[in-house]
Design a protein around this ligand. Structure first.
Ligand code: SF4
Length: 472
C-alpha cells in the first residue's frame, strides 16, 4: 500500500524566503522552493515537486523517512486545504522558545499573486484554511492586502498574533468573515510574561486581547508551557484572566525547542514540573468550563501519533471548540528523562529571554563573561553600549591575554572572584560541555550565579530597537 501524507498535495507554507509543505517537528520542514535558487514558484512547479516527493516516498529510502505523518493508508487531499502564510520572521516579542524575531521587518516576496494562480487553476479547496504566522504577521507589509482579499473571497483565516499592536484591519473585519484569532499569551501576569516573552508588554497585550474579544468569540488564548511560566500563580492568573475576558477556549502547547533540539542550552526546560503544569492547566480550565486544545508539539517525541495539527477544518468555530484530538502525555518522554538524569543535580544556568531582562539582572552586579570568543566579545560590546562594564572574561584557552582591554582569567581565578554580587554569563552555545566540566569539577561556587543568553538575542537589530524604545 502506498505511503501518503496529508501535506503532500494538501498543504503549502509560504515562509520568509522558502515554500515548504509542513512545519514538521519530527524531521524538520519539507522545503520545496527556495527564493533565489529555484526560479519562480508556480502551480506547475508545485505539482512537479509533490509528484516527485510522492514517488520518492514509495522507494526503499523515503524522502520523508522518520516522519510520523507518512503512513500507509493515509489519504492525500485532492485540493489544498491548508495554506500558512509566514510573511516575515520579525516580531516585537523575544519569546524564550522562539527565534523568529531576527528577520527583516518586511516581506521578501508577496505570496498573493501565486495564491491567485492556484485559485485560478482550481487547486485550492473551498474550505481551505489560511493560517497566518511568522514572526508577527499583522505588521507585515503584505498583510492587509492579502487578508482583505481572502476575506472577500470568503476563505477561513486564522491569525496567530502576539497582540502587541492592535491590528485595525483585523479588528474591523473580525465579524465580516470567517476569521479566528490565536494569541500566545504564555503567561498570566507581568512577571511570567517578562520572563517568557522577554518584553515589558503584558498590560498592552491584555488590553488588546480585550478589544479583540469584544468583537469575536473565535479567539483562542495559547499557553506554551516552559520553565519560565510553569508556576501555579501564573497558571491561575492566566485562567482568571481568560474567565474575566469571557474567553471560550485555550490552547496548551509545549516548547518546540525543549522538545526538538537535543543540545539546546536550556537543558532542563521541560521537567516533571512543566508536565504537571500542563495537566493542572487543563484540569482547571475544564473546571471553569473552558474548552481546551492540546497543541501538536506534544506529539514530537511520540512517533506513534502523527504530528498534524489540523486539516479538513470545515468551519472557523472548529478551530477553538471541542478540539482535543491530542492528549497530554502522562509521563515525560525518554528524551526528557535522560536529560534530567544527566543534569538535574548539577549547576545550571538561568536562561534569559531577552537582552533587556539580562540588563535588569546585571544592574549593580559584577559581570564575568565565560568565553572570550565571538559571542563573548559581542556580549561585551552590547553591555558596554548600555553602560555595563564587564569585569573580566574567563577562558581557559586564552587566560593571560586581553580582549578589548579586558583581562582574560583562568577558571580558578574566576572561582576566587565569586561573591554574592557576581554573575557569570556563559557565552558559547555549547553549554552542555561547559556544564559537564563545571559539574565534574564540582564548582559549587557557581551555583545560582550562572546565566546564559543566546547570541541572537543581542544582535544589532535587537539592540537598535531597544535604543529606539519603540516597537512597530
Ligand atoms: S511526510 Fe512529514 S516531512 Fe514529509 S511532507 Fe508530510 S509532514 Fe512533511
Amino acid at each position: 500500500m502506498a505511503k501518503k501524507c496529508y501535506a503532500i498535495g494538501g498543504r503549502i507554507n509560504f515562509n520568509e524566503d522558502t515554500v515548504s509543505l509542513c512545519h514538521g517537528i519530527d524531521i524538520g520542514d519539507k522545503i520545496i522552493w527556495k527564493m533565489g535558487d529555484d526560479g519562480e514558484f508556480t502551480p506547475q512547479y508545485y505539482r512537479e515537486k509533490t509528484e516527485e516527493l510522492n514517488k520518492k516516498n514509495q522507494g526503499k529510502h523515503p524522502a520523508c523517512a522518520g516522519c510520523s505523518n507518512l503512513r500507509e493508508g493515509n489519504v492525500t487531499s485532492e485540493k489544498i486545504e491548508i495554506i500558512t502564510i509566514n510573511p516575515m520572521y520579525y516580531c516585537q516579542n523575544r519569546c524564550i522558545y522562539c527565534g523568529n524575531f531576527r528577520g527583516a521587518m518586511e516581506s521578501r516576496y508577496h505570496p498573493l499573486p501565486v495564491i491567485k494562480q492556484f485559485m485560478e487553476e482550481g487547486m485550492i479547496a473551498e474550505h481551505c484554511l489560511f493560517d497566518w504566522g511568522g514572526g508577527e504577521p499583522t505588521i507585515s507589509d503584505i498583510f492587509e492586502e492579502t487578508f482583505l482579499f481572502l476575506l472577500h473571497q470568503g476563505y477561513m483565516q486564522r491569525v496567530n498574533t502576539n497582540a502587541v499592536k492592535m491590528s485595525d484591519v483585523v479588528l474591523h473585519n473580525l465579524d465580516k468573515g470567517p476569521v479566528s484569532l490565536r494569541i500566545s499569551l504564555d503567561s498570566g501576569n507581568y512577571e511570567s510574561f517578562l520572563a517568557t516573552k522577554g518584553r515589558n508588554l503584558f498590560h498592552r497585550v491584555i488590553s488588546n486581547v480585550k478589544k479583540y474579544r469584544e468583537k469575536t468569540e473565535n479567539l483562542l488564548l495559547k499557553y506554551v508551557i516552559t520553565n519560565t511560566n510553569s508556576d501555579e500563580k501564573s497558571l491561575n492568573d492566566f485562567l482568571n484572566l481568560a474567565e474575566k475576558m469571557k474567553i471560550k477556549a485555550i490552547c496548551i502547547d509545549t516548547d518546540m525547542l525543549s522538545y526538538g533540539w537535543t543540545d539546546y542550552p536550556d537543558l532542563l526546560r521541560f521537567t516533571e514540573k512543566e508536565l504537571h503544569a500542563a495537566h493542572f492547566l487543563q484540569r482547571k480550565a475544564h473546571e471553569k468550563g473552558l474548552d481546551v486544545q492540546i497543541g501538536y508539539v506534544w506529539t514530537a517525541r511520540d512517533y506513534d501519533t502523527p504530528s498534524r495539527d489540523f486539516n479538513c477544518i470545515k468551519s472557523i468555530e472548529e478551530l477553538i471548540l471541542n478540539d482535543e484530538r491530542y492528549r497530554l502525555p502522562d509521563s515525560l518522554s525518554e528524551f526528557h528523562i535522560a536529560r534530567i538524569q544527566e543534569f538535574s543535580a548539577g549547576i545550571m544556568p538561568r536562561v534569559m529571554a531577552s537582552f533587556e531582562t539580562l540588563l535588569q539582572e546585571v544592574k549593580g552586579r559584577r559581570v564575568i563573561l565565560y568565553g572570550a570568543g565571538k559571542n563573548g566579545r559581542g556580549l561585551w560590546s552590547a553591555l558596554k553600549e548600555f553602560g555595563v562594564k564587564t569585569d573580566c572574561f574567563c577562558d581557559k584557552y586564552k587566560a593571560g591575554q586581553y580582549v578589548e582591554g579586558v583581562r582574560i582569567i583562568t577558571v580558578d581565578e574566576m572561582l576566587k572572584k565569586l561573591d554574592e554580587d557576581t554573575m557569570v554569563v556563559i557565552t558559547p552555545c555549547h553549554v552542555r560541555e561547559i556544564l559537564h566540566e563545571f559539574n565534574d569539577n564540582r564548582y559549587e561556587e557557581l551555583r545560582g550565579k550562572l546565566y546564559y543568553i543566546d547570541a541572537f538575542r543581542f544582535g544589532r537589530q535587537v539592540l537598535e530597537e531597544i535604543e529606539m524604545k519603540e516597537f512597530v
